[in-house]
Design a protein around this ligand. Sequence first.
Ligand code: GCU
Length: 414
Amino acid sequence: MIKNVWILFSACLLLSAVEGTARQQKEFDSDVIYDEQKLPRYTLPPLLETAEGRVITSSQEWFNIRRPQILSLFATMVYGAIPVPPSPLRVSAMTENDDPQFMGGKVTRRLIWIRFRNDQGSTDMRILVFTPNNATEPVPAIMHLSFDDNQSEKLELNESKRNHLNNGVPIGDIVDRGYAYISVYHADLVGHNEVEFNSGIHPLFYKEGQSFPEAHEWGVLSACGWTAMRALDYLETDDRIDHQSVFLMGHSKLGKATLWAAAQDQRFAGAISAQSGCGGAALWRRRSGETLEKISRFPHWLCTNSRKFINREEDLPVDQHMLLALIAPRPVYVASAIEDTWADPRGEYLSAYHASEVYRLLGKKGLAEEESPSLNEPIIESDVGYHIRPGGHSVDPYDWVQFLDFADYHLKNE
Ligand code: GCU
């Protein structure tokens, strides 16, 4: 009896705590705008005009003048620049586990440890590389910047859905289409909501006396993006992979980091962001769904300088269509879900639509219609691809099919 009362009491406590958190969350979010009619009026910063008013009319001017300007604004005002480490990083890679019998011998699954070391310490990341065993030449790859730890059972083959991993990744389809699949864990080098930066990768980059990133230096998303870039360094040494044909893909927080990594590192052949929302594909100035103020509940996902623009988005020298444009002329895909209003599906589309101006300047195909497409009408045959599907915040089988179709269209037609 006493035991039952205790269980009941504990359950009530738990419920009221959950309710309390939900209430706090709701109160915190009661000012969120979802109604198109209530959005602020805004003007986007021009893509093809420099801060000094010079109009950009050629790809040469884009690459030599405007692109570097925009890149440096994103680095110093939004995500945080990656500093130069005071002593050089020595990098080594080691294969811990090699299983050529994965999926009944169809795939080789290899766990690689990558170690970074300098005078200030050392830290490790791990990546999982799945390659089709029937390949006769180096294969293109989908690199997935993932929420799932590479040493967890999430990356094992699903017992009942044999051609999927436990995290839902359709590994069978990926290798059947001739791709390698690379899983890169986002939190090996930086915590998910890191606030101290006294372990992981940051301390290796601190100048003498420094113990926290400076206002313009890398936050969490930049460090996640850096992790993907270092995974690509490794792939350059793996002769089973066509490292010039690697698409980077990420969902949500990691969709944001994916876009930022692909913007900086032109070795990525393309980028796919799923519901990356605020700080990803969605336009800041719409302030629809999550805003700069709201995302600052993860205080260091972006760099400290970004906070100057909280509730002053119109003063930001950039908006997110410019981030997508930095990826041009390489293919970029933006995926939305209609119920994921927190990520502002319309703002994600508009960003891709406006970025298309740069794709066209570079002789590529962008999105022609300002109107978002209907549900389940993916735009694949374009250098700026897009879909919106029913449902909410997740990567669904439907999304994977479009991502692979988009990769096929670009990597197999060239
Ligand atoms: C939160 C956050 C989003 C982020 C998401 C995720 O909802 O506010 O910006 O995209 O987490 O990473 O799943």
